[in-house]
Design a protein around this ligand. Structure first.
Ligand code: MN
Length: 130
């Protein structure tokens, strides 16, 4: 079953790469280039999974995760979130998890790892037959 996957990311190269990777496995891809647009789209389309960059031009990914988890919409309190960031500093993973993300991936994005994590989280939340 095709899932709706929202990616909040300001880097066009990563956006293109991930769009191709997500569409290659049959899911619907929804892009958002800023944090605030991402939060609006999340409320509007109720994605099955959110991929979240941490460094964004307006509000950072930690703040986005916190706002989604504090949403009045129950869907956004529980939607799986994968944090994706270039910050390899120790503590970033913990910070992403504390903010409400389910898992953490480092850039550069490894497509096989991305597919594996997307599959695993969609399966856990009952969105695929796999
Ligand atoms: Mn960024």
């Amino acid at each position: 079953m095709a899932a709706k996957i929202l990616y909040i990311e300001d880097n066009p190269d990563n956006m293109t790469l991930v769009k191709r990777a997500i569409e290659a496995i049959g899911h619907n891809f929804i892009p958002a280039e800023t944090g605030l647009k991402g939060i609006d789209l999340a409320s509007e389309v109720k994605p099955d999974l959110i991929l979240l960059d941490i460094n964004l031009p307006d509000i950072d990914g930690y703040e986005i995760a916190r706002r989604l988890r504090a949403s009045d919409l129950e869907h956004l309190q529980y939607v799986p979130i994968i944090a994706i960031t270039a910050n390899a500093l120790k503590g970033d993973a913990e910070k992403a998890l504390e903010a409400g993300c389910d898992v953490y991936m480092s850039k550069p994005i490894n497509i096989r790892e991305l597919w594996a994590r997307v599959d695993a989280l969609l399966e856990t939340s009952g969105k695929t037959d796999a």
